[in-house]
Structure formats: C-alpha cells, structure tokens
Write a protein that binds this ligand. Structure first.
Ligand code: HEM
Length: 144
C-alpha cells in the first residue's frame, strides 16, 4: 500500500505547485486587468482546492495507516524525542501540521471568496489566502 500511496502523494506535489502557479498567474492578471470573476476562475480555484484536498486525504492515510516509518515512531519513540530529532520532528509534526494549516488557509479563502459571488474583491481575498497557504505548503515540502 505504502509503495503506491507514498510515491503518488510525492508526485502530486508537482500538480499542486503547477495549479498554484496557474491560479496565481490568472488571478493576478484578472486583478490587474480589472476582470469580472467568471465561472472560469471559479472552476480553476475549485480544481486547485480539490488537489489540496486529495493531498490532505493521502497524507492522513499515510500518517495514520500506510507509512511504516510513521507507524514505527508512533509506537516506539517518545514524544520528547520527536521534538529533539530533526527528521522525526519534521515527518511526525512539521510536515503534517504545516500542510494542514496551509490547506486550511486556502479553504478559508475559497469559502470567503464564494460568499462574495462575482464581486471583483473576490480575486484579492482568494489570492491573499492562497498565497499565505502556499507559503506554508512550500516551506514544508520534502524536496529530497
Ligand atoms: C499540499 C499538501 C502536501 C504536499 C505537497 C505533500 C508532499 C509530500 C511529499 C513530497 C512527501 C514525500 C514523498 C516521498 O518520500 O516520496 C510527503 C510525505 C508524507 N506526507 Fe505529505 N504533503 C502534503 C500534505 C500532507 C498532509 C496534510 C499530511 C498529513 C496529515 C501529510 C503526511 C505525509 C506523510 C505521513 C508522509 C510520508 C512520511 C514517510 O513515510 O516517509 N502530507 N508529503
């Protein structure tokens, strides 16, 4: 199971980053050109959030079920050691918690944006939260 889910989770980082780039280019251009918030932008944002949700579900599945590495440290390593060892701290805490916060911020931006309907302010609100979320996500992506 892990031999499939972990590489898939790892590969999807590139889809997330590619979609994030597409969203930013489109939304910043729309703000600059004072474009109305049409269905196209809504679909693009929905697509981006969908892949963030997929990464969240795969990550949770790895964390609580599929990763033998996580499972070993959950069962055998004291929490105080999680904090002391950089690799354990990174995989057990920093990566999942920071990713969760990054996805949550992006979701808040999406929900707030949808409440604004086609108001052009929507671009600024959504792009602000997507930017904050992406900064967190990029800060804890394992690039190895
Ligand atoms: C946009 C969000 C996320 C991205 C881009 C991302 C990216 C990655 C990458 C690139 C890896 C390394 C894969 C490899 O070694 O082949 C990884 C591993 C992992 N991620 Fe995520 N992740 C995200 C969200 C999450 C979340 C929300 C959780 C948990 C709640 C999570 C839990 C894990 C776990 C448990 C591992 C594997 C640790 C191991 O067995 O070595 N990830 N992630």
């Amino acid at each position: 199971m892990n031999s499939f889910i972990l590489p898939l989770h790892g590969f999807l980082r590139w889809i997330v980053l590619g979609l994030a780039f597409w969203v930013f280019i489109s939304f910043y251009h729309a703000i600059y050109a004072a474009k109305p918030y049409t269905q196209t932008y809504d679909r693009l944002a929905k697509f981006y959030l969908s892949f963030l949700h997929i990464q969240l579900l795969l990550g949770l599945f790895l964390y609580f079920y599929a990763s033998p590495w996580i499972d070993f440290h959950m069962k055998n390593t004291e929490f105080s050691l999680w904090m002391k060892d950089p690799e354990i701290r990174y995989k057990m805490l920093e990566h999942p918690v920071t990713m969760f916060l990054g996805i949550l911020l992006s979701q808040v931006g999406r929900i707030w944006g949808r409440r604004l309907g086609i108001n052009t302010r929507r671009f600024k609100i959504e792009v602000l939260f997507y930017t904050l979320g992406l900064i967190l996500i990029i800060s804890r992506i394992p690039w190895g």
